[in-house]
Write a protein that binds this ligand. Structure first.
Ligand code: FAD
Length: 689
């Protein structure tokens, strides 16, 4: 057994009563959820280092927005100086290197999400894009950004008038053969690049996406360019640019989101990221035919890496949120019989409100850990030029998986943060509870890196293509195997809800087979609706828009939940025996809690009949909540970061709720005493009454 003494023990206190009833060792569950002891050690090393650095001390008073931006920038600089990534990291295999960098990002995100967003965009996203879209001539930027951390970058895609609809962006990069330069231009304010993280005040370069136009006037579509924005020594913006900050936002205050307008701004020809296409010195556009499998791998990396990162960060946000709410529920007492108050966690209603999210936090962690391995494995092989069967199909499948999983995870975490805040009552509304910050810092993830409602449509496109193949009795292109069952869709659709007791539902077989039925039925419904719209004379575009609500959208949600189910199940089967009972209970709870939301479709499609399916699913959920009551505090101990990182007066692991609140109130400046502005508050006529 591994030595887990590097994980600090939890001090004894009021939560002991629940901790003692757990059937497992929470440190072993923590390791199982991380999946790699070296990465877990790295996380603790980062947390301990930052806890001992005054620059990362928590503020008792919320700093101004500008101050938050300053602190975030300095914290990023300091993290770079700590070199949690070593030269060795960059010499290791692609998978090892990426997982190490992802772990650093996750550890930092739990403490200050603004720093991790700054790092994720300014360092990882841009350097990944340079590797996958650029060539040797861009390596110096790659080295400067990710290895030496000399420059901070940003990624400029969104424009004021176009976000999701990237094809219609209007910033142009026109090649001037005379000077061998591109001339970047913003036609009007509606085409200004906006929302760009790090652009407002700090970045020195941006990865710009602009329409490439050759001297013959041909528009070759959006291409990437690495563009200088500020002098690295003075941070003055270069002439020809108007750069501004987006102003105050409702979360991630440490990020300087900015806008930029280019006025005939000249950049060298070599700024074009030319892996797939280049412009010759004379201005001729050429597609470069390098190894197609490498290009596909690059495309995959580019499309998915940022979204996988968001999924990992989401897992940490939900872990922190449920840890706070469950520890609070186990120490906070309200009501009871015969004057004996009971903790909130004893109430079935409270269990039902929270435990589904705890289960989601666990299965999401297991799913994302397992999916990341598969994903990185594909990118590594294709980057190395190793032949991968069906690579292009695998790329499409992975893209579909990410396109619906990022929405499912980010939306669930947002709902969890809100539910956890409410479950902590009025105290949950305290800034020092940290639930408000967890929620508002997480919130933009549902919009950036692909708005959830738009992104998930892409998963639907892929699913419908596979369904069309299955209907035509052709092979389903699913190398990862997530929808190979579609070949059997006709038989699956004949299945009926089976089970007469709750124990029949608390099985992997019930949950996976019900999901397969739901996917087949929603595919059939979506396909039929689309075809009927087409038959009535609608265009493909209109038919698609008319098939979204209750069909396409529900389909992609169900598919994402199914992915969570099958990946986490496979992973749980391999976990150590002592952990399996609790992991299976959490898995069943997540599965049934999610299926409960699809009962309408089950009845509509004839899978469920009579009152039994609803009664049994809901009874099983409540049974699982009761069975998990004695385990749940230790489960959140396994999910939670250290107390310093969790930074919640309600969620401290010692469970000394009221002492902790008292300390927070009495240590805050201005808690006690007359307001500095008391003179303005009194009126001249106020007299002693
Ligand atoms: C905090 C933050 C950081 C960001 N960082 C960056 C960055 O670094 N670089 C960058 O380039 N951008 C960045 N963005 C911008 C972000 O990527 C865009 O906001 C996002 O792509 C959505 O585009 P949009 O805002 O134009 O929304 P729109 O595309 O206008 O969408 C508005 C709404 O309409 C819906 N909608 C749109 N099309 C359809 C359709 N076909 N069917 C149904 N519904 C539809 C969407 O679901 C959405 O709810 C950031 C945004 C935020 C909030």
């Amino acid at each position: 057994m591994e030595d887990l003494s590097f994980i600090p023990d939890i001090s004894s206190g009021p939560l002991d009563v629940y901790r003692k009833s757990a059937s497992f060792d929470w440190k072993r569950l923590k390791l199982a959820l991380e999946g790699d002891i070296e990465l877990l050690k790295l996380k603790y090393k980062i947390w301990h280092t930052l806890e001992n650095d005054p620059l990362f001390a928590h503020n008792r008073v919320t700093p101004t927005v500008d101050e938050q931006k300053r602190i975030t920038q300095l914290q990023l600089k300091r993290i770079n100086e700590y070199k949690f990534h070593t030269k060795e990291t960059f010499r290791s295999s692609y998978t090892k290197r990426t997982r190490t960098l992802m772990t650093i990002n996750e550890a930092v995100q739990s403490l200050n999400p603004s720093v991790s967003v700054k790092m994720a965009i300014g360092i990882y996203l841009v350097s990944n894009a340079l590797l996958s879209l650029g060539t040797e001539r861009h390596l110096k930027f790659y080295e400067a950004i990710i290895v030496n951390r000399e420059i901070l970058a940003s990624m400029s895609l969104t424009e004021i008038a176009h976000g999701s609809d990237a094809k219609l962006m209007r910033t142009t990069a026109t090649y001037d053969a005379r000077t061998r330069q591109f001339v970047v231009h913003t036609p009007d304010f509606a085409a200004a690049k906006c929302w760009v993280g790090n652009l407002g005040k700090t970045c020195t370069h941006t990865l710009l996406f602009a329409q490439l136009i050759t001297p013959d006037g041909t528009n070759h579509g959006l291409h990437g360019f690495i563009v200088p924005i500020r002098d690295p020594k003075t941070l003055e913006t270069y002439p020809g640019l108007i750069v501004g900050d987006m102003g105050e936002k409702i979360g991630v205050h440490g990020i300087d989101n900015g806008f930029v307008m280019f006025n005939q701004y000249r950049i060298p020809r070599e700024s074009l990221l030319n892996r797939t296409a280049d412009v010759t010195e004379d201005g001729v556009y050429e597609s470069s035919f390098s190894d197609p499998s490498k290009i596909l791998g690059a495309a995959l990396e580019n499309l998915s890496a940022g979204r996988v990162g968001i999924m990992q960060e989401s897992c940490h946000s939900i872990s922190s949120a449920v840890a706070i709410a469950v520890r609070y529920a186990a120490s906070r007492k309200q009501f009871g019989e015969r004057d004996a108050e009971i903790p909130l966690i004893e109430y079935e209603l409270h269990q039902w409100r929270l435990f589904g999210y705890v289960a989601a936090a666990v299965v999401f962690r297991v799913y994302v850990e397992s999916f990341t391995r598969v994903y990185l494995g594909f990118v590594e092989k294709s980057n190395a030029g190793i032949r991968v069967d069906n690579l292009s199909e695998a790329v499409s499948e992975i893209h579909a998986m990410v396109s619906c999983s990022k929405p499912l995870l980010t939306w669930t975490v947002l709902q969890a943060a809100q539910q956890c805040r409410e479950a902590c009552g009025g105290h949950g509304f305290l800034k020092c509870a940290n639930l408000g910050d967890i929620r508002s810092n997480h919130e933009p993830t549902v919009t950036y890196e692909g708005d959830n409602n738009v992104l998930s449509q892409q998963a639907g496109n892929w699913l419908l293509r596979q369904y069309a193949s299955a209907r035509a009795q052709a092979a389903v292109d699913s190398p990862i195997g997530t929808v190979t069952f579609l070949a059997d869709h006709a038989r699956i659709l004949q299945q009926l809800f089976h089970g007469t007791e709750t124990r029949h539902l608390k099985t992997a077989e019930f949950i996976t087979s019900t999901y397969k039925w739901l996917i087949c039925w929603l595919l059939q419904q979506t396909h039929d609706k689309y075809e009927s719209e087409m038959a009535s004379g609608q265009s493909k575009f209109q038919a698609k828009t008319k098939s979204q609500v209750y069909r396409w959208k529900s389909l992609t949600t169900v598919y994402a939940e199914y992915l969570v189910v099958i990946f986490s199940l496979e992973s749980i089967e391999k976990k150590e025996k002592e952990l399996q009972p609790v992991l299976y209970k959490l898995f069943y709870l997540y599965g049934l809690w999610s299926l409960d939301k699809h009962l309408v479709e089950m009845y509509q499609g004839g899978y469920a009949r009579g009152e039994a399916p609803t009664r049994l699913i809901r009874a099983a959920i409540l049974e699982l909540c009761a069975e998990l009551k004695g385990e749940i505090v230790s489960v959140v101990d396994a999910l939670a970061p250290t107390d310093f990182v969790l930074n919640s007066v309600l969620g401290r692991s010692d469970g000394n709720l009221y002492q902790n609140i008292e300390q927070a109130l009495f240590n805050a400046p201005d808690t006690i005493g007359r307001a500095k502005w008391w003179r303005q508050a009194v009126t001249k006529t106020t007299s002693k009454l």
